[in-house]
Design a protein around this ligand. Structure first.
Ligand code: SAM
Length: 353
């Protein structure tokens, strides 16, 4: 018994179990999250990535179409009370034009993201989705918390996927960081999206003040429990003019461990190497791709607006040619990793249900 327990606690056997069974308990996940040298974990995640989703890296072109937001998330530069940023809204025609350019560049998915603001009517958003769907691409929405009826209308208009990070599954931490919002409503949104047949993406911010490894292990178990189709996991980067501006940001290795563990728990899903990871570490995309990621999201918006969509610093450099998330840079990174660019819309090819 003692021998068995000792063996179970052995890091290598934990990784082996995860690689074979794609499940692990909270204690095991905490052990792996705290390991000093995670190279074995990264290699296992890379093997599973190759086995289930192959070498293709899917590009999802993101258009950040408005930075107006009524939410007050403590970490986010777009929070409503931040009066220091200039707000913008793109016209529907501008959004469709950007999408068209993205499609001409060969992109097979267009992601529409914004702060949360009731300016655009659902019918307007549905029209935009319909127009983009005519271009024969997948459409992902990331426009926050809406009613089930609104999600249903957008689905009917052709939206395929929805990204809504849970940010943290610790209710107490969630409450502290999101005044006026409710964890239960966020969960309700994810459940509604699932029921309506969207591919559902969620994820967490890593390195939030007060976040522990136990909380991160709970996040991983939550992703597994809801069988997320996509997971966006990135470091929290402190942003000026927010209540967390003086806090320490998330650690790159911890983000990579979360990506690797997500891949091992959910082998066939889509996992991006996030922009925040690439902003935090100049090799962030490459490192993400080596630890289980198979998606990158180039920013295909308009230069002037990209600059104003300031969730955190460093997202847009002064010289646009140095933007980490330009298509040119991303293609170079993918090829440097001996990976290829995805040729289809990159839906989850479900092996596990
Ligand atoms: N409002 C929509 C929502 O809540 O899903 C979409 C826009 S929101 C700005 C997109 C994501 O930005 C959030 O899910 C959050 O994780 C991320 N984000 C915001 N502030 C950040 C920061 N300081 N560092 C890293 N990521 C951040």
């Amino acid at each position: 018994m003692i021998k068995e327990l000792t063996a179970e606690k052995n890091i290598s056997s934990l990784i082996e179990k995860l690689e074979k069974q794609h499940s692990l308990d909270k204690e095991g996940l905490v052990m792996l999250l705290s390991m000093e040298n995670p190279s074995e974990l990264y290699k296992a995640a890379d093997r599973i990535r190759k086995k289930y989703v192959g070498d293709e890296v899917h590009l999802r072109g993101i258009i950040e179409f408005s930075n107006y937001c009524h939410n007050t998330c403590f970490y986010c530069g777009l929070r409503g009370p931040n009066k220091a940023i200039k707000r913008y809204r793109m016209e529907p025609e501008e959004i469709i034009e950007c999408a068209k350019r993205g499609v001409e560049m060969g992109l097979k998915t267009i992601v529409l993201q914004s702060g949360e603001n009731r300016y655009y009517k659902i019918t307007t958003l549905c029209n935009i989705v319909e127009k983009i769907k005519e271009m024969d691409v997948a459409v992902t929405l990331s426009i926050g918390e809406l009613s089930k009826k609104e999600y249903a209308e957008l689905k009917k208009a052709g939206a395929d996927r929805y990204l809504l990070r849970i940010e943290t599954t610790n209710r107490e931490l969630y409450r502290k960081l999101h005044p006026g919002m409710s964890y239960e409503n966020r969960l309700r949104c994810l459940m509604d999206l699932r029921e309506l047949g969207y591919e559902v993406g969620t994820g967490s911010l890593i390195g939030l003040p007060g976040q522990t490894l136990e909380m991160l292990a709970d996040d991983l178990l939550f992703f597994k429990k809801i069988n997320a189709d996509m997971l966006g996991i990135g470091p929290f980067i402190p942003c000026e003019n927010t209540p967390l501006e003086k806090e320490k940001g998330g650690d790159v290795n911890l983000v990579l461990k979360m990506i690797a563990l997500s891949r091992l728990l959910l082998p066939d899903i889509n996992i991006p190497a996030t922009t925040a990871l690439a902003v935090k570490d100049k090799d962030g995309y490459a490192k993400g791709l080596q630890c289980g990621a198979n998606v990158i999201m180039p920013n295909i918006g308009i230069e002037e607006y990209k600059r104003l969509y300031k969730l955190y610093p460093g997202k847009v450099p002064d010289d646009p040619n140095e933007a980490v998330n330009s298509i040119e840079n991303i293609k170079k990174v993918i090829l440097s990793q001996n990976r290829s660019i995805g040729k289809d819309k990159g839906y989850r090819k479900k092996v596990f249900h």
